[in-house]
Write a protein that binds this ligand. Sequence first.
Ligand SMILES: [Zn+2]
Ligand SMILES: [Zn+2]
Length: 417
Amino acid sequence: MHADHEHPHPHPHAHHEHAHLHAAVRSRNHVAAQPEPGHGLTTRRQFFHFLMGSAIAGTSVLELAAHRAAWATAASATAAHHLFEIQKAAEGVYFAFAHPLAVINCNAAIFVRSRDVVVVDAHSRPSSAAALLAQLRREVTDKPVRYLINTHCHWDHTQGDRAYLETGHKVDIIASRATKDLLEGKAPLQTKSPLDSVPQLIEDFAKRAERSSSTAEKAFCAEQIRQLQAYREDMKQYRLELPTITFEESYLLEDAAFDLHLEFHGRAHTAGDIFIYCPQRRALASGDAIHCWLPNVADGYPRLWPHTIDAVAQLDFQYLLGGHGPMQSTRTIMRCQRNYIEELVELVEVSKRAGQTLKEMQQRLTVAKFKSLRSNGYGAFVARTLAEDNTHFGPMPPLQNDVNDNIRDVYNNLDRT
Ligand SMILES: [Zn+2]
Ligand SMILES: [Zn+2]
């Protein structure tokens, strides 16, 4: 793994953005790396990533033409019909895996009850939420959605809320009280909607396309620009929709099919993260408090977060439906993420006590120094999921960039309680 700590952050506003804006931001970096050996293209999603990703680099002109044609087909199909891949976790429990876009969408968890549907999280724009609703009707059920749950306040989970209020059926939006307060702006958030940075990103892709001699790279940039412009158009329909039902500790949705326990277990990724637990199906929707990318600590509580995960670990579940990255059927990633956050806190705390500056910490605390990243292949796992779930052309930037963001955020938020 590269330890390129001299690498400047690719975006001037990165400190004020969700690190989830990896997609467009990441693609500006150029660091040598190869596609993973034995990368089995077993699903449409992987094939799509293969086409979109580093596999294009280094191919012949003829191959490139073939790639481009397939890539264009895949891209337009994705844009039109396949923002998500809906996977079944258990009876009545589905996971909508979000395909990569220039401006990301979160995943959704879907619970089909006896007469209606409960959806967890609403993506980054109304059109994505509307697309999921249409796909749900096509592929799963025509029962109406009765409840939309926001696991937390971030834009990539809430900006699509409005689409649920326009279905023609009564829909309540449920969140924790803390999440409602954050959405209302009662406390500041580091993680801002990327809308303001879209013009800059478009300009950067245009310049990059101009500089590049690769037709494939030019096509990639054109597609990113198209997606960014589409995002800007979508967001003209955006309006803040506040939760209509809030709670402090827990809220129960009972049904003949199964129950859903909405639970706050302490501060973690934000002040208001909730978990949606279905005991009869042993499924847990966890938003960004537990997911398959490196955790984002920008609005987080690094000292409290591991304890929150410990509390959640008491629940009896098998299927973990996180806000980003693939669904899990074991608890390994949850434990790895917990240990990584704990280690981040320890290392940053020791370095802070020794009088190191943030920059020194980022130089010294390399990926290789983290036991938690080596254990169970966690570092390699998150590097792979980040690469698969974010649009990029050519190699991904090194994991150290994300670790450096984590170090910065833990440094800033170390004593938040
Ligand atoms: Zn988040
Ligand atoms: Zn997110």
